[in-house]
Structures are given as C-alpha cells and as structure tokens.
Design a protein around this ligand. Structure first.
Ligand code: DGL
Length: 263
C-alpha cells in the first residue's frame, strides 16, 4: 500500500490551530503536523521578503517531516508568499485568504468590514481579490494592530483585548456593515468576544471550513487521501513555549503530541 505522509500545516503562531480544527473535523483519520513559528510572530508587520523567507523555511521543515501537502494556515503568508512557494516546491499547497467573495455576494447593506493584518491588507493578492469581487460594495479595512501578540499570550479576554476590539469595530459599525470578515487565522478565537460587541444582525465569517474542504478536494484529486480508519498521529511543534497552544487545543489533549522544537 502507498505510504502517505501527514498533512503539513504552518502559521506564524498558534492561530492556524483554528484551521487545523476544521481540517481534523473533516478528515479525522489524516495524520497532521502543525508548525507554529511563534518566535517570529507576528508576520503581519514584516516585509514581503521576510515573510517569503520564513514561509520557505517552514515549508522545508514540513517536507523533511514527509508532508504530502502543505496548508499555509496564515493569511499573511498566503497573500505574500504562496506564489513563490508553489514555484519552488512540487508539493501541493493550500492557502487561506480573507472570505471577501462570500461576504460581497451576501451583503444586503452593501457594506462589509474586514479585519486582518497589515501584511495581508497591503498585499497585491488581497487587492486583486478585493477589486475583483467588491464592485459597488463599501469595504472597511481595519488592521488588527496588537491582536496577534495578545492571542499568542493566550489573552483572549483581557481588558486590553476588549478595548482593541471595540476600537476596531467602531468604524465598521459607522459604515453599517452586515458582514465582518476575519482575515487572520488567529481571529476565530475572538468570535465569542466579537459577538458581544457587534449587533446580532452582523454575520462574522472566516475561511476555516473552506480551507478544510479545499484540502480534502486537492488530496482527492492527487490521490493522496488516506482511506484507512486508523487513529491519526497529530503532532504540534512550536518554537516557543507551548502553553497557549496547549490551552487552545485542550479538548484534544489526550490525542495530540505537543512539543517545543527548534526549526
Ligand atoms: N495568523 C496569521 C494570519 O492569518 C498571521 C498573523 C501574524 O503573524 O501577524 O494572517
């Protein structure tokens, strides 16, 4: 039988575990290996060159570990580096981009908000996608300055976090948005807090499920899907302490291997 490696997933830190959860739910028998480059988080303020070079380093590590596909579970790395990754490696790549298209299709108020990193909002890939899909729609783009470092520390509910979220949401409410797009894989962890701030008619959307479905479809097309029903190996590496990741993955604690590792 063909030996198939794990699904490799990386992010600048712990945020991509929100994407891992969707992938694991859809493909529960797949081995996965997750890389949190938390030493270098946040990527959102780095130059395109730095993001590309870190993304290459993460990819090389995952390929050395036998990854059969790489999920770039980071909007900032996808929007800045996915083309370079695809042209440098033969492995299939799945990227994550802010879900502007569904928001633009579904909005009634013709006004949508997007919360993402500076690196994502300034990227040419984001501009291209946004221009393509938002004709006649007002798009309020807000940089989530300071959110990722707080999430990396596990501070999801601190006063500082709540003040920042209120500040970022205000201009979106003034613009009467009815869809809020979370354009960073760290932000789904803030949905409970955001739901307390935005009015009930505002829908909050992210790209996690779409990424999981796309991963499954590309694995199928490439004949890389694991069809056995075995218990999967679920490995998580971080190059800083693993406390926040442990906290975010607590419901999986008996099934996963979580380790600090230099890479
Ligand atoms: N989780 C990332 C993203 O989706 C990166 C955040 C950061 O490192 O700035 O954009």
């Amino acid at each position: 039988m063909k030996q198939l490696g794990p699904i490799g997933i990386f992010d600048s830190g712990v945020g991509g575990t929100s994407i891992w959860k969707e992938i694991h739910q859809l493909l529960p028998h797949e081995d996965t290996i997750y890389l949190a480059d938390s030493v270098n988080a946040p990527y959102g303020h780095k130059s395109e060159e730095e993001i590309v070079s870190l993304s290459i380093k993460n990819t090389e590590f995952l390929i050395q570990q036998g990854a059969k596909i790489i999920v770039v579970a980071c909007n900032t790395a996808t929007t800045n580096a996915i083309d370079v990754l695809r042209s440098n490696f033969d492995t299939p790549f799945i990227g994550i981009e802010p879900a502007i298209k569904p928001a633009a299709l579904l909005t009634h108020s013709k006004s949508i908000g997007i919360l993402a990193t500076k690196g994502t909002l300034n990227s040419s890939l984001f501009h291209k996608t946004s221009e393509e899909h938002t004709h006649g729609i007002k798009v309020t783009e807000i940089i989530g300055e300071g959110l990722v470092p707080l999430i990396e520390k596990g501070e999801l509910n601190s006063t500082e976090m709540l003040l920042l979220l209120k500040k970022f949401i205000k201009p979106m409410m003034d613009a009467e948005i009815d869809y809020l797009v979370l354009g960073c894989s760290h932000y789904p962890y803030l949905i409970p807090q955001l739901e307390k701030i935005v009015p009930a008619h505002v829908k909050i959307i992210d790209s996690g499920l779409a990424v999981a479905r796309q991963t499954k479809s590309v694995l199928e097309k490439n004949d890389l899907l694991n069809t056995t029903k075995k218990t999967p190996a679920l490995v998580f590496y971080s190059n800083t302490n693993v406390d926040t990741m442990k906290f975010l993955l607590q419901e999986f604690s008996s099934e996963i291997l979580l380790e600090k590792k230099e890479f």
